[in-house]
Design a protein around this ligand. Structure first.
Ligand code: SF4
Ligand code: SF4
Length: 402
């Protein structure tokens, strides 16, 4: 392990510790969280893989003038996005695990389309060419000092190591692309039986991405179906609490069609933007998983709390995505990393949906389980020791400089 890698892991673990402490404090203010989690789990059990509900969602989205497309795999989804993008050369995009799953940004860039991420964390990773370390806090492994240094180099101007100034600088830069583009791409946290799309965000950028360009493209998984907007909001509360420690995000967008007015003779007339909305519902193996022993992986809310509590991720970083995300990598063919899982159960214990990730990892990885268990612990102890030594040396150097 080199120094740079150790610094990133230390910064990431510090951020996760802050999150855990905030959750602990705020649990006193939101004692209903535990009961809410049980209720949402039951709802997810009913919705995932429910074909009747899925058809109702699609029908009502279409009735509300959404263009709905069910994509069988990544290639299918990407070609649909490219068709909608057409000759445009700039798109703005907000955070979405599904677009990451299909490598959408890279595919658009290969076709000469400039993609600008609008979430601060994702934009940082895009500029600095870094990998995300957490599904809802992708840049938590970067310190403010290293961010300022690298951004200054990228933009050729002096950017101070001050979090507020960095955010202000990036927001202004993103804003220019939002003004210029005709295409916005987002994910979705839920699509509901009424024909609505529900998206949570904290930065205010999703609203800009969906309402300022002419076309809005939503890319999400087929498992994100809910029986009602109310249920989706309950899940949103949980996702927010386990991702940030707050029971609600700053914003929840519930979008049920394009902008319209009924002010003239009660006829519905389209106004403003977006003029066209496209929803791509991605299967990419989900139907198969829904009918397998791994079904409960699809109950996931994407809060990332399993990652924030995974001791293997805390020492291996991106080499082992942690919790449910390590399992997702395995579904995509990256099974080798599963050997790093310690079978400690912390992901399940800290998951609001109580998804049995350790059990599924044990079933998905190959080889003798006792051997896997012993080897994973030996490797982890070795890696942890190296990280602790580097941490000590870095602190010692820091004290000497002071
Ligand atoms: S069981 Fe595996 S994936 Fe879950 S927290 Fe432990 S090491 Fe991480
Ligand atoms: S598995 Fe659980 S803890 Fe992990 S992201 Fe999904 S809902 Fe959150």
């Amino acid at each position: 392990m080199d120094r740079e890698r150790a610094e990133k892991l230390i910064a990431m673990n510090r951020a996760f510790k802050t999150l855990r402490e905030r959750q602990k404090v705020n649990l006193k203010f939101y004692p209903e969280v535990k009961e809410l989690a049980k209720e949402v789990r039951e709802k997810r059990e009913r919705c995932v893989g429910n074909q009747e509900l899925f058809e109702k969602v699609v029908e009502n989205l279409r009735r509300r003038s959404f263009n709905v497309y069910v994509a069988s795999d990544s290639e299918d989804a990407i070609s649909k996005v490219l068709e909608v993008v057409g000759d445009e050369k700039l798109v703005v995009k907000s955070k979405s695990n599904v677009t990451k799953e299909i490598g959408l940004r890279e595919e658009l860039e290969k076709k000469g389309v400039k993609v600008v991420e609008t979430d601060i964390g994702d934009r940082l990773l895009q500029i600095l060419d870094e990998s995300p370390s957490h599904p809802t806090g992708p840049a938590v492994h970067l310190s403010v000092k290293s961010i300022a240094e690298q951004l200054s180099k990228h933009y050729g101007v002096e950017i101070p190591p001050d979090a507020e100034k960095i955010v202000e600088f990036l927001r202004r830069d993103i804003e220019k692309s939002v003004e210029e583009t005709k295409i916005g791409i987002t994910g979705a946290n839920a699509v509901t039986a009424e024909g609505s799309v529900v998206i949570l965000h904290n930065e205010g950028n999703v609203f800009e991405v969906l309402s300022r360009p002419e076309k809005w493209i939503v890319v999400t998984g087929i498992e994100k179906v809910y029986e009602s907007v109310e249920d989706a909001v309950k899940a949103a509360k949980l996702q927010s609490f386990y991702a940030t420690g707050e029971i609600l995000p700053s914003f929840i967008e519930i979008v049920s069609g394009v902008a319209r007015t009924a002010d003239i003779e009660k006829r519905l007339i389209e106004v403003g933007k977006p003029r066209e909305v496209y929803i791509i519902l991605l299967d990419n193996g989900r139907s198969r998983i829904a009918n397998s022993e791994f079904r409960e992986a699809l109950y996931c809310l994407g809060c990332g709390n399993c990652v924030a509590n995974c001791p293997a991720h805390s020492v291996y970083g991106e080499k082992f995505s942690g919790g449910r995300f390590a399992l997702l990598d395995a579904f995509m063919g990256e099974k080798e990393a599963l050997r790093l899982c310690l079978s400690c159960g912390k992901c399940k214990k800290n998951c609001p949906m109580k998804i049995d990730v350790p059990g599924m990892i044990r079933r998905a990885r190959e080889g003798n389980e006792l051997y896997n268990f012993l080897l994973s612990h030996l490797r982890w102890m070795n890696e942890r020791l190296r990280l602790e030594i580097l941490k000590f040396l870095l602190e010692f150097e820091g004290r000497k400089k002071d």
